[in-house]
Design a protein around this ligand. Structure first.
Ligand SMILES: NC(=O)c1ccc[n+]([C@@H]2O[C@H](COP(=O)([O-])OP(=O)(O)OC[C@H]3O[C@@H](n4cnc5c(N)ncnc54)[C@H](O)[C@@H]3O)[C@@H](O)[C@H]2O)c1
Length: 249
């Protein structure tokens, strides 16, 4: 059966890798991102590889923009069966210097944005009696992360939200799972984090901290997302799936 996935933050990094990977499984992709120009680049890559995708420029924290994007996706490609809530922002500040404005903005995008997008696509999944909600959190929510109170808190909220969605919508044929990555190299966020934070150390030192001594790649996350989106993962819900080179065991 042909499926449609909405992937947020898919103009770059992990989201773009998920778009390309899911398209290889025959899934049509709604590439949603704030950065409309780069959405078009992801769409061009998917199409060049034989897939089907459309660009949806939207801010996940704006319910009207999300509703418009989901409506366009439905018309152009069909009802949404899979959502990958991947778009996020981060920031580094000692807790006592974290401003209320930064705290609220990070939660508004990462947690409230996930709420808004999921609420908009769930009716399609309920109508089909089938759905996959896949949320991208962060290992910062599992371990804590110095100077990342707002980000880690927003990602912890995503884990709790995922479990709740799993409980509420499992009887309707919808699974909800969460992947909390740790150190995925080569994305805008990870490169900026290394530049902005004195806490992370060098990339080489960070890569060497796990049993699997290499940097994580966007394709590592995309592979797990593809499995969670598949029929084979239909008995998996409410789970935190660590794709972290064994850094958290
Ligand atoms: N890269 C890592 O090491 C790492 C580690 C842990 C968790 N993560 C998580 O993985 C996900 C992807 O990270 P990445 O490294 O690919 O990041 P990235 O910054 O490279 O990509 C994120 C994308 O989200 C988009 N975005 C930001 N705010 C948005 C909004 N309001 N509406 C729509 N789109 C918006 C950006 O434009 C960007 O294209 C994020 O949820 C991040 O928290 C990444």
């Amino acid at each position: 059966m042909s499926r449609v996935a909405l992937i947020t933050g898919a103009a770059a990094g992990i989201g773009a890798a998920c778009a390309r990977r899911l398209a290889r499984d025959g899934i049509a992709i709604g590439v949603l991102d704030l950065d409309a120009a780069r959405c078009a680049e992801t769409v061009a890559q998917v199409v060049a590889e034989g897939g089907s995708a459309i660009a949806l420029g939207a801010d996940i924290s704006d319910p009207i923009q999300v509703a418009d994007a989901v409506a366009k996706l439905r018309v152009d490609l069909g009802p949404v069966g899979i959502v990958v809530n991947n778009a996020a922002i981060t920031g580094f500040a000692p807790f006592l210097e974290t401003t209320l404005e930064d705290w609220e903005q990070i939660h508004k995008v990462n947690l409230t944005g996930t709420f808004i997008v999921t609420q908009q696509v769930l009716p399609d999944m309920l109508a089909a009696g089938w759905g996959r909600i896949i949320n991208i959190a962060s290992s910062a929510a599992q371990t804590g992360a110095r100077f990342m109170a707002a980000y880690a808190s927003s990602k912890g909220g995503m884990i709790a939200l995922t479990r709740t969605l799993a409980v509420e919508f499992g009887p309707s044929g919808i699974t909800a799972n969460v992947i909390p990555p740790r150190f995925i190299t080569g994305t805008i966020m990870s490169e900026k984090s290394f530049a902005d934070s004195q806490q992370l150390g060098t990339r080489e030192a960070t890569a060497a901290t796990g049993p699997i001594c290499r940097e994580g790649r966007p394709s590592d996350i995309a592979g797990a997302v593809a499995w969670l989106a598949s029929e084979e993962a239909g008995y998996v819900t409410g789970q935190v799936i660590g794709v972290n080179g064994g850094r958290i065991i």
